[in-house]
Design a protein around this ligand. Sequence first.
Ligand code: PLP
Length: 425
Amino acid sequence: MKRAAAILGIGTEHVYEVDPDESGRVSAEKMEEKILYCHELGFSVFFVGITAGTTVFGAFDPIEDIAVVCRKYNIWLHVDGAWGGSALLSPKTKHLLQGIDKADSFTWNPHKLMSVHLQCSAILIRHSNILMQANQMLAGYLFQPDKHYETSLDTGDKTIQCGRHIDIFKLWLGWKARGHQGYAEHVETLLKKANFFYEIISKREPFFRMVMKPPFINVCFWYVPPSLQNIDQTSLEYKERLDKIAPRIKERMMTNGTMMVGYQRLDHHPNFFRAIISNPATTIQCGRHIDIFKLWLGWKARGHQGYAEHVETLLKKANFFYEIISKREPFFRMVMKPPFINVCFWYIPPSLQNIDQTSLEYKERLDKIAPRIKERMMTNGTMMVGYQRLDHHPNFFRAIISNPATTKDDIIAMIDEIHELGHDL
Ligand SMILES: Cc1ncc(COP(=O)(O)O)c(C=O)c1O
């Protein structure tokens, strides 16, 4: 929340935290008290963020009750279900999110619990057009309104980020493959495994001690070595010494390379382990893609020289593209000599070739050519080349050679295909 406030320019000092109870839940009463406190300070409260499945304990805030408070003060209610939102998928656990239908927005990360590969995050918003209203900038060079299909399907203009993975496809595939029932069983399997974990830990006292009975699938526990077992558990000495145990064990885990289990302090609790069974095959998973590793590997493998050659190859190919286009006049015409590797050009069908290029008629007719050819490309499934208007230029193609494996034959084939698709227009 604080980071979001910083990014939005609201300022972290304008984020007010509400203390949770022992089980990690924020009550509606505490929430209302904090709202009134902010009002007394002269602030208007416009956003409340609560959690369905907190990161450490897996606690679920009481959505239904907090929604009543938010309605009363006309406050947007956001529920972070990144972790626990998947509980909705099982009839046995969906009660944990009772009242979710009253939230204004809800986030859910299927990459956390549903075994969907990183990353796959969903945001569901009650107000259907609000993202468009907030973010749309109508960048005509990216979101051409004259496409042959329903352009409301182009979602890039309603998000802050523009191009993105179609991460949702992974979820869709998994859901299709396993069905509602399969997904419900997935969640229930995780719960069963977490419960088994909890039982085992409880049986291993006094060496292991639970921080609390897991509200969901987060199993939070201490390992208490024999050297600490005769010390009074309420003493400062005990807390201080226990606090050092998990980091030391984690250090040994990492040095031995046996496994990884996270640990942290929370509230008044000294460092404890938090094991999460988020994989029904019972490996313990945490963290995210180390994307930089892919770059590092590539750079190591090819070296500075290899990377320099990569860029130079792209330039050579773009230059070849440019030369071919120039030789194919009058059917092809460059918008300009490429300053880098973007090759921007028009295809001019025979029907336009005897019209004055400075006339309005020419511009208007040329503007329609690229969209029609693109439509045919997509319908035939042969290739994809983007087009757009820019400044006073009617729609033109923008081909980018970003793959050094592109051959001269590929480039020629691309140009021939455009000619084939467009010569009768
Ligand atoms: C409750 C909750 N919300 C949000 C996040 C952020 O997740 P991500 O960065 O994977 O989207 C986490 C991560 O652990 C989380 O536990």
